[in-house]
Design a protein around this ligand. Structure first.
Ligand SMILES: Nc1nc2c(ncn2[C@@H]2O[C@H](COP(=O)(O)OP(=O)(O)OP(=O)(O)O)[C@@H](O)[C@H]2O)c(=O)[nH]1
Length: 306
């Protein structure tokens, strides 16, 4: 009998996590490797809030990419909880990909993360990844490869990639595969993530809501899907009821925009992405609620699943 656990001789498998400063392109890289959007990305630091597993299937290997929120100096209870989860994840994976963008100098932030990594996962192999290749000149990329090699030391491999245009993604995948142990398939061939659909939908809404936001406001946004129901009149349509949580009354008007126009754009953009995900027409009913200072309140954090 054939099952997904049948694998050819020499099959490799394992878990890899990308670690690096905020905004270095970890989530974009995860999506590029999986070939589907499973992690949301935004042009603001600290977008990722929980570990997401993306599964890459190859004839000779199964690579599970664990996209984590990233280590940072915690400012809130949410920050502290995220750091704990992240440390547990790093201690558990088979390989760590340390990300540094091609167009930014390596600095104290990178060293801080590396020191923490060496403490929580002293034995895990580290692979250097220079991201955003498309944003730097050849000389810059060359210098960054050397600098990263020097930072990681020893015989660490270093690979340059651009997740934006797909350059070197297959090379990276080959190197990752070569560094994983021989092992079984952990997931069936048709799984691209272990995220449930509701969570993926709420993340797509959060991504749309974050677009263009500045300063501290992105951290205040959380999204929860309340209900997904078949439309009673139109069986080809799903009605999705979701809530955007904010921390203060004053934040509402920023999210909604003048004459509710920004909110209209959030619904429009999120809906497009949800339709792409589900392959199904949807109606998105999106409301805003204030959950005072939820990032620092244990009860609210629990309610939002942190
Ligand atoms: N030009 C270019 N931009 C990229 C590339 N990869 C990511 N970006 C952009 O960089 C920004 C941050 O990307 P993310 O993938 O969200 O970064 P991250 O490291 O996961 O960020 P956090 O979740 O905040 O830690 C986004 O605006 C991306 O579009 C790339 O290869 N080239």
């Amino acid at each position: 009998m054939s099952s997904f656990t049948d694998t050819p001789e020499g099959f490799r498998s394992g878990f890899v996590s990308f670690v690096g400063r905020p905004n270095t392109g970890k989530s974009t890289l995860t999506n590029a490797l999986v070939g589907e959007k499973i992690a949301i990305t935004a042009n603001q630091p600290e977008t990722t809030r929980h570990p997401i597993r993306g599964i890459v299937h190859r004839p000779e290997a199964q690579v599970i990419v664990v996209d984590t929120p990233g280590l940072h100096k915690p400012r809130t209870l949410l920050g502290e909880r995220l750091n704990e989860i992240v440390k547990d994840t790093y201690a558990d994976v088979d390989l760590i990909g340390f990300t540094v963008p091609a167009d930014e100098k390596i600095g104290p932030g990178d060293r801080w993360i590396l020191e923490n990594l060496r403490t929580v996962a002293p034995k895990t192999p580290i692979l250097g990844i220079v991201t955003k290749l498309d944003k730097a000149s050849k000389d810059q990329v060359g210098a960054q490869l050397l600098a990263l090699h020097e930072l990681l030391g020893g015989d660490a491999e270093v690979v340059p990639v651009s997740a934006a245009d797909g350059t070197q993604i297959d090379v990276l995948l080959n190197v990752i595969t070569s560094l994983l142990p021989e092992g079984p398939k952990f997931y069936p061939d048709d799984h691209v993530t272990d995220e449930d659909t509701e969570k993926r939908i709420s993340e797509l809404i959060r991504e749309a809501a974050l677009s263009g936001l500045k300063d501290e406001l992105p951290h205040s946004v959380a999204v929860e899907v309340d209900e997904i129901l078949p439309n009673p009149e139109n069986p080809k349509r799903l009605d999705i009821h979701a809530i955007i949580y904010l921390e203060r009354e004053g934040q509402k008007s920023i999210i909604m925009g003048k004459d509710n126009r920004r909110m209209g754009r959030i619904i429009h953009n999120a809906r497009q992405e949800i339709i792409r995900l589900l392959g199904h027409n949807v109606f998105l009913d999106l409301r805003i609620k204030v959950l005072k200072n939820w990032q620092s309140d244990p009860k609210s954090l629990g309610r939002l699943g942190f």
